[in-house]
Design a protein around this ligand. Structure first.
Ligand code: ZN
Length: 409
């Protein structure tokens, strides 16, 4: 047989084989499709139309008819969890794990889903146990990230640090809040009764290493916190000069955060050089903040005289009008009025405003100013009277600016 005739036979044969293969595939698909219950397509349709409630009902029906559909159970469990029905999600994933015929990969998948269910349901102990089981599986990295979050929400800082270290061995994840974990340990040790200076010293050292080695952790907030912890440590060791030096460093390293420690600086410096007010006043010109304004104003009144304090306050309020600043002024003026007892028969006061006027003025202002006397999280809007390094609302780190709400408006 020459080449042309051989080709003439082979070509139709190829066509015939291709046609048969296509027909077989098509039939196979058709038969598979016929095996799927209608509820499955209904469920898909509801999903595509973003009607998860109805999709779940349809899929639950399919799962009842065909309990072997593992992937469908995963889809259902995930849908339940997303809708906040964590109990149902947990039941779906637990029932999968009970199957003896489940392959290892599916078992790990089910355990990972179950761990997420527990985490969402706030069952941290069970979530932790599930994630620990996943440590040497394909879900190892996700498990370690979740463990960091779990230990953080349990405020178990030592284990959170350990989890970050383990995570760092596998991926280059930046966990900038790691520096605050050490700061939290240091703060707790410093506030303990009696203070644990050994633990505090080590934790401060670790926090410093994080700041030095990880640029993402070296923020104004973390630097300020670290210096303030060092100052508190020095105070416990009765080392006024070291305390003053650490606090003065905040002026350069974290200028926006000076308001948080200004009172501490004034107090310690009064025993040393007495120059803190002057230094802080210069800083205020460059980085004005209400907290700093109030510290300087109070210090000027107590350590110098009313006139100097009033001059500072007048200039400050002229440059940065503030209800809270004005409120501080009136508060001090009222305290002064209390100290100077009025004459019993003094019917006409030669001052522009007498004490009753000031009380009235302050009570009117107070209604407005109190709302503004708050630190506010820029992520979730949680407001608080005191400053937090970690927001109690959204648990984000460094989400508070060291500014009162009035200054943010
Ligand atoms: Zn928040």
């Amino acid at each position: 047989m020459d080449f042309e005739s051989w080709w003439l036979i082979f070509l139709p044969l190829l066509f015939a084989l291709g046609w048969m293969a296509a027909r077989f595939d098509f039939r196979h698909i058709l038969s598979e499709t016929r095996h799927l219950p209608d509820s499955y397509f209904k469920g898909l349709n509801f999903l595509l139309n973003e009607q998860p409630d109805r999709a779940i009902d349809a899929f639950v029906e399919v799962a009842k008819l065909d309990p072997e559909t593992v992937d469908l159970h995963f889809a259902l469990g995930s849908l339940f969890r997303r809708r906040g029905e964590t109990e149902r999600a947990i039941r779906v994933h637990q029932s999968l794990l009970l199957r003896a015929d489940l392959p290892d990969t599916k078992r790990e998948h089910a355990l990972h889903e179950l761990a997420q269910d527990y985490l969402k349901a706030g069952m941290l102990d069970r979530a932790e146990a599930a994630y620990l089981e996943l440590e040497s599986t394909a879900y190892s990295v996700q498990a370690k990230r979740a463990l960091v979050r779990i230990y953080e929400s349990e405020r178990d800082w030592s284990r959170a640090i350990e989890a970050v270290k383990q995570l760092g061995k596998q991926v280059d994840d930046l966990v900038p809040q790691r520096v605050h974990y050490s700061c939290e340990i240091a703060q707790k040790a410093l506030e303990a009764k009696p203070p644990d200076l050994v633990v505090a010293r080590q934790a401060i050292q670790e926090a410093q290493e994080v700041v030095d080695n990880d640029p993402s952790a070296s923020t104004q907030a973390s630097r300020a916190r670290l210096l303030m912890l060092r100052a508190s440590f020095a105070a416990l060791e009765d080392d006024d000069e070291a305390q003053r030096q650490h606090l003065l460093s905040v002026l350069d390293q974290a200028p926006e955060y000076v308001g948080l420690m200004a009172q501490q600086l004034v107090t310690v410096d009064t025993r040393l050089t007495g120059k803190a007010i002057e230094t802080l006043s210069r800083h205020y010109q460059l980085h004005p903040s209400l907290d700093l304004f109030q510290v300087i104003f109070k210090a000027l009144r107590t350590q110098q005289n009313s006139e100097t304090a009033w001059l500072f306050a007048r200039d400050g309020l002229r440059a940065h009008p503030s209800l809270l600043g004005l409120d501080s002024l009136i508060e001090v003026e009222l305290a002064q009025a209390d100290r100077v007892a009025p004459e019993p028969d003094h019917s006409i006061d030669d001052r522009a405003l007498n004490k009753d006027d000031l009380v009235l003025l302050r009570s009117v202002m107070k209604q407005h100013s109190q709302r503004l006397d708050r630190y506010t999280c820029h992520v979730c809007g949680f407001q608080a009277k005191r400053y937090y390094w970690q927001c109690p609302g959204c648990h984000g780190w460094e989400t508070y600016r060291p500014r009162r709400l009035e200054e943010s408006q």
